[in-house]
Design a protein around this ligand. Structure first.
Ligand code: OAD
Length: 250
């Protein structure tokens, strides 16, 4: 406990002094909101479901209704839940610090909690896109007479997330990498750190001599890079960091 208090104090000091902070978040930050993670033992989505079947263009074409229904099930979870204290604490930090959030999450909870600078690498689960043309579709443009609904071009609509085998939005990715190369602190919260290219962000930051801080309830594939590891739940640790930063600014 004493160790954590000391580590929190070092982390808050580094964050307070930083000119540019990049925060990389993953499914762990939304876990306490009730959104399932992907790789946690027993509860992770990829423990129960096959990503090739449910999160790839080929899987979608093989069984479009199954994939659409699975995303509707996940959308329902996102709709019924809301951001937690970790999302709100990060949003509040933006009032004090020059901090951009880069997230792998598709729930849009960072924006919902009030974060202004957010780069969503893997898209948004609530959005729909045309499978053929990739353009964003409004609900009124969709023909729901069959499932999945169809775009006016006749192609299926699909959820606005990045699937395995697909490229990330290039502008967003370039901005995220540029932030990583120019930050002096990188805060990594609730990611296993195994999915590229997101997992490279802390590596770029480290190569640019940034100070690295991680919040996770267990060690991840990125922990070896860290200067400070804050072990615990994001919903508890991030608000504590926020309070320490606030007290330095008052
Ligand atoms: P994972 O499910 O792989 O990892 C979640 C991480 O959060 C693990 O390191 C957990 O230890 C940690 N964790 C769980 N609960 C926590 C809590 N309450 N507080 C802090 N940490 C906690 O999720 P991601 O690393 O985000 O991609 O997965 C990356 C990508 O893989 C996802 O964006 C998704 C998936 O396939 C796409 O769908 C494209």
């Amino acid at each position: 406990m004493e160790k954590l208090t000391k580590q929190l104090s070092i982390a808050a000091e580094k964050l307070s002094q930083a000119k540019q902070i990049v925060v990389l978040t993953g499914a762990g930050i939304s876990a306490e909101s009730g959104i399932p993670t992907f790789r946690d033992a027993q509860v992770g989505l990829w423990e129960k479901y096959d990503p090739a079947e449910l999160a790839s263009p080929t899987g979608f074409l093989n069984n479009p209704k199954l994939v659409w229904d699975w995303y509707e099930y996940r959308r329902d979870i996102v709709r019924k839940n809301s951001p937690n204290p970790a999302h709100y604490a990060l949003a509040e930090m933006q009032n004090f610090l020059n901090l951009a959030v880069v997230t792998q999450n598709v729930d849009a909870y960072h924006s919902q909690a009030g974060s202004k600078k957010v780069l969503e690498l893997h898209g948004r689960i609530m959005e729909n896109r045309c499978f053929k043309e990739g353009k964003l579709l409004n609900d009124i443009e969709l023909d729901y007479s069959s499932i999945p609904p169809r775009c006016s071009c006749g192609s299926f609509a699909r959820p606005g997330v990045v699937w395995f085998g697909e490229s990330l939005p290039s502008d967003t990715l370039e901005q995220a990498f540029s932030l990583a190369r120019n930050c002096d602190v990188c805060l990594v919260i609730g990611t296993a750190g195994v999915v590229q290219p997101a997992a490279s962000i802390p590596v770029y930051a480290k190569n640019s001599k940034a100070f690295l801080i991680e919040v996770n309830n267990q060690e991840s594939a990125l922990t070896y890079l860290m200067d400070v590891f804050l072990e615990g739940k994001a919903g508890e640790i991030v608000p504590k960091l926020m309070e320490l930063i606030k007290s330095k600014n008052s």
